[in-house]
Design a protein around this ligand. Structure first.
Ligand code: ATP
Length: 264
């Protein structure tokens, strides 16, 4: 069989598309007209230095922040004109962990499921499954404000997955999560992706991004500086080296000599 006889692979459906999306805060162009195509059934990494616009971008995708301009489609559904349908297709782990933290873990997941229009019985079953998988069964009866940072992240991750969305938008999902729990979360996400789910994640952990992501976009000063398969973006460097290069290099640290003159 020659190459010409091989079946042409179907192009992957897009889990998420952004066209000309912009957000300005006062005089700051946090996101300056970006385009993104996130194919379904993969991990997709959104990288960028501090202040590059990652959280702003993810907040607009999640429907938490309205873009000044541009179009966002979730699995083909326009977020601007059909927000309920678009939001039903995604689960979100926001960066700043603001939640209804006077509830117990079980109550929080119950109300999250109710807001998603789920049946109470299904929510209860899935709550138990997620708590067992993520290892917070013992915390379900406790008030969320008393959780540690890592536990809060886990319960919010569970909340994002509860309604089995097509797309998971995860802002720094592994920050404050211990290595054993991170491995567990990755195992769950691997199964999700293998079955067609899509994970859009932002992380400063370059090793992790390099390990799991098929594609990445590198955002610098609100613009997509580079996008593509991880192997193509990093070339013959590590992803971390390439990231530092795209972020403007390391430069020299100057003017901190006073730090070496210790006070009494
Ligand atoms: P980090 O890696 O530090 O979390 P980030 O890439 O997520 O950074 P954003 O939080 O999206 O960056 O911020 C992008 C720019 O927008 C920054 O200059 C930030 O100061 C500004 N910005 C973000 N939120 C606001 C806000 N609510 N009001 C004013 N400026 C904001």
């Amino acid at each position: 069989m020659t190459e010409a006889d091989l079946p042409v692979p179907e192009p992957r459906a897009s889990a998420l598309t952004l066209r000309g999306v912009s957000k300005t805060y006062g005089g700051t162009h946090a996101v300056a007209g970006i385009d993104l195509d996130v194919p379904s059934g993969m991990y997709y990494g959104l990288l960028g230095p501090n202040g590059a616009g990652k959280t702003t971008t993810l907040s607009m995708i999640s429907g938490l922040l309205r873009p000044d301009r541009g179009e966002i489609r979730v699995a083909g559904v326009d977020l601007g004109s059909r927000p309920r349908e678009a939001k039903r297709r995604m689960g979100v782990l926001p960066d700043r962990l603001r939640t209804f933290d006077r509830l117990t873990g079980r109550q929080l997941l119950h109300y999250t499921g109710m807001l998603r229009g789920m049946k109470a019985k299904t929510v209860a079953e899935r709550t138990d499954d997620l708590a067992a998988a993520l290892g917070f069964e013992d915390a379900l009866g406790r008030i969320v404000s008393d959780y540690s940072a890592g536990m809060t992240k886990k319960i919010m991750l569970a909340g994002a997955m509860l309604h089995s969305p097509q797309l998971l938008v995860l802002d720094e999902p592994f920050e404050a999560v211990d290595p054993a729990s991170s491995a567990k979360v990755l195992e769950i996400l691997d199964g999700y992706v293998a079955n067609g789910g899509t994970v859009l994640l932002s992380s400063h952990g370059m090793d992790l991004i390099e390990q799991v992501c098929t594609r990445v976009a590198v955002l610098v000063a609100g613009q997509v500086l580079e996008e593509g398969l991880v192997a193509d973006v990093k070339g013959d460097q590590t992803l971390e080296q390439r990231f530092v290069e795209l972020s403007g290099g390391l430069g020299e640290v100057e003017g901190l000599e006073w730090l070496h003159t210790f006070s009494d």
